[in-house]
Design a protein around this ligand. Structure first.
Ligand SMILES: O=C(O)c1cc(=O)[nH]c(=O)n1[C@@H]1O[C@H](COP(=O)(O)O)[C@@H](O)[C@H]1O
Length: 287
């Protein structure tokens, strides 16, 4: 199978750098004329997939909005993921899983395992049990040709206090922020012999578009060969037209993620909203 890094880079080259979030929260379901049930969330997801296919290369279903309906919600999510993958979209399951090593293996099986009902192309994961807790998950991504997006610099303002905190790391010869530590440790595989020389390695990072990377001690070199999932555009205030100012030399690595600013257009307007987001992004990237 082609590596995740190659699949993602191909999707970004062919279809651009916009990632459409699939976030069927209660307010949006009501606006879309759908019930706040697993079946409503399923119909919502399938309609977003239909609009996204051929317009973008990547979608990101928000697992929480399916999980809230229990087993019926997971069945709905399985259908949405399968439909997206069948349509040729790269699927990032936004599950934000994080636990100790052996338990993480279970999450790896669930989200990355070949033939798993929830099999996706990549999953978001949390490193706050320590970056080494991700080791098994990273090994699974390499083995399965799948991807990970590790929370490094999240878009929510209250996270900066934690992610910019300095840690004492025995092997480091300098103080390191939590964000720097996480990206350095988890991203090491991207330049190791274990992976090929595709544009991206298997470990990407979440770096919010609303974040001051310098404050978090995040330098460009630590993100070398990492895909960057950047939420925060649209509803959270960052503008796609500013992508080059926000990300500088990293801009070509950025997957700009937006949910509410697209989904709020409703079922009749979503295709146009995706086109408008794409046009704004393309103009900013290639001006
Ligand atoms: O991992 C994420 O996608 C994520 C990380 C982060 O730092 N901030 C963030 O907002 N997200 C997710 O991105 C989506 C943002 O939605 P909108 O603000 O509506 O575009 C939600 O599904 C969030 O859970």
């Amino acid at each position: 199978m082609t590596s995740f890094g190659a699949r993602l880079a191909g999707a970004m080259t062919d279809r651009g750098q916009l990632c459409v979030g699939i976030d069927p929260h209660a307010g949006l379901l009501a606006e879309w004329g759908l019930d706040a049930t697993a079946s409503g969330a399923r119909d919502f997801g399938l309609r977003v997939v239909e609009a996204a296919a051929g317009r973008v290369g990547v979608v990101k279903p928000q697992v929480a909005f399916y999980e809230r309906y229990g087993s019926a919600g997971f069945a709905a999510l399985e259908e949405v993921i399968a439909a997206a993958r069948a349509a040729g979209l790269v699927v990032i399951a936004d599950a934000k899983r994080g636990d100790i090593g052996t338990t993480m293996d279970g999450y790896a099986d669930a989200w990355l395992g070949a033939g798993s009902p929830l099999e996706s192309d990549a999953v978001t994961i949390s490193p706050y049990l320590g970056p080494d807790s991700l080791r098994g998950m990273i090994a699974a991504a390499v083995r399965e040709d799948k991807g990970l997006f590790v929370l490094a610099a999240t878009s929510n303002p209250e996270a900066a206090g934690l992610q910019s905190a300095e840690v004492t790391v025995v092997e480091a010869d300098r103080g390191q922020t939590v964000a720097d530590w996480v990206t350095q440790r988890a991203g090491a595989v991207n330049t190791s012999a274990a992976v090929g020389d595709d544009a991206f390695g298997p470990v990407g990072f979440v770096v919010g578009a609303t974040v001051d990377r310098a404050e978090l001690g995040l330098t460009d070199d630590v993100l070398h060969r990492a895909a960057i999932l950047a939420p925060g555009f649209g509803a959270q205030g960052a503008r796609l037209s500013d992508i080059r100012d926000l990300f500088g030399a990293l801009a070509p690595q950025v997957l700009a993620s937006a949910s509410r600013s697209i989904l709020g257009a409703g079922p009749a307007g979503i295709a146009d909203a995706i086109d408008a987001h794409n046009a704004e992004l393309q103009k900013a990237l290639h001006a």
